[in-house]
Design a protein around this ligand. Structure first.
Ligand code: CAA
Length: 386
């Protein structure tokens, strides 16, 4: 048991913190207000190894471990949650899945482009009628005699959908087989048959572009199948295990930013002749914020540690990832709520970033599995009952 970080882990944390503070934080308010996609900043993150943190150097990544990923994500999320959403989809949902299930050619083509920050990736599982119940998807990929597949259907809430060059798509290849009738495919968005809907107006993470996508007779070649035919649902679930560590890290970053701003504020702001931090009601809030932040951080680092064991032949980390995501996202919502309450009118004003942290925190309880789904995963793992 060692609570310290290695020199390499501290180095990547330092790189992420520097970019986050010098490049991302100064433009966070602009990106939130306008919803402009931060392409230039994403390229900078990619050039510094932060778009493929766990990707081996031979595929253009930084070749680091999951703990490094958590540390870097927290720094970026503390500066701006929207940037960290794009970063997490590229790292966890895109690169991670192809590294684990892709062929050598797929790794060289897709992973390299995203890890080096030249392109943006996306992950298309959700549909208008299928969110938490992912096996209820309707998007179909019909196999042809020549081994190609023809895709028809819609996917919704696709993070980075408006800008992604490549997308990991999940579609039904055998409707009779339920979860075992879903296959994963690599999509090139420049090809015929791929369409984008309007960019969604959102409460938070506004610069992380999200849209519906549609396929009309889009042809996928046999060498663009990811993993085995019928293996898609398992790929989606196992990739989401890693993704949930990313979202937990994002939640910690948002919560930490709100917490640190609050510590400064309670020392400066005076009421009834003393700093508001001297009042016991404020102190109780501060203590509870700190406890929740530390608990979320430790659980997320535990999940990352377990993922590292899994990557090296150890046991699955689904439960640890679900626990980390559940605790961290609910902590972020609670901490940003308290931060806003303590800041009073200033917290409600767009003059300060507190209201942005509050809006950004909410999504962490929704995407990559709602809090209700995390509780379901945890309870199923704990009891063995379904
Ligand atoms: N790893 C590997 N395999 C897994 C797995 C995991 N974590 N979880 C389940 N599986 C396997 C099961 O072992 C089972 O395999 P067999 O058929 O061989 O038995 C198969 O998958 C089906 O599993 P279940 O019967 O448990 O499936 P289910 O229909 O009951 O669903 C669920 C389980 C937990 C509810 C799942 O549907 C789920 O996690 N839903 C939430 C989906 C989600 O997170 N969506 C987020 C959208 S993506 C997003 O938000 C990205 C973004 O834009 C940022």
């Amino acid at each position: 048991m060692d609570f310290g970080f290695t020199e390499e882990q501290l180095m990547i944390q330092d790189v992420a913190r520097r970019i986050a503070q010098e490049k991302i934080a100064p433009s966070a308010e602009h990106h939130d207000r306008t919803g402009d996609f931060p392409l230039e900043n994403m390229r900078t993150l990619g050039e510094n190894g932060l778009m493929g943190i766990e990707v081996p150097a031979e595929y253009g990544g930084a070749g680091m471990d999951p703990i490094s990923y958590v540390l870097a994500m927290v720094e970026v999320a503390a500066a701006d949650a929207a940037h960290s959403t794009i970063m997490s989809v590229n790292n966890s949902l895109f690169c991670n899945g192809i590294l684990k299930f892709g062929t050598e050619e797929q790794k060289q083509l897709y992973v390299r482009a995203i890890a080096e920050g030249r392109e943006i990736g996306a992950f298309a599982l959700t549909e208008p009628q299928s969110g938490s119940d992912a096996t209820a998807m309707r998007c179909k990929a019909a196999k042809q005699a020549d081994g190609t597949f023809v895709v028809n259907g819609k996917k919704s809430w696709i993070t980075s959908g408006p800008v992604a060059k490549y997308i990991v798509l999940f579609a039904v290849t055998d409707a009779e087989k339920g979860a075992r009738g879903i296959t994963a495919f690599m999509i090139d968005t420049t090809r015929e048959g791929f369409h984008r809907g309007k960019t969604e107006p959102k409460l938070g993470i506004r610069a992380s572009a999200t849209c519906e996508i549609e396929f009309t007779d889009y042809v996928v070649r046999a060498d663009e199948v990811l993993g085995q035919e019928g293996e898609g649902f398992k790929i989606a679930m196992s990739v989401l295990d890693a993704g949930r560590i990313g979202i937990a890290s994002q939640a910690i970053g948002i919560a930490r930013a709100a917490y640190e701003a609050t510590i400064e504020y309670v020392k400066e702001r005076k009421a009834f002749g003393q700093p508001i931090g001297a009042f016991q009601m404020t102190q109780a809030k501060i203590a509870d914020m700190k406890c929740k932040l530390d608990a979320a951080t430790l659980l997320t680092l535990r999940a990352a540690w377990q993922k590292h064991q899994f990557d090296n032949g150890g046991a699955r980390f689904s439960n640890e990832a679900a626990i980390a995501k559940l605790v961290a996202s609910e902590a972020a919502m609670w901490i940003t709520h308290q931060a806003l309450q303590i800041h009073g009118g200033m917290g409600y004003s767009k003059e300060m970033p507190i209201e942005r942290y509050f809006r950004d925190a909410k999504i962490t309880e929704i995407y990559e599995g709602t809090s209700e789904i995390q509780r379901l995963v945890i309870a199923r793992n704990e009891t063995g009952l379904r």
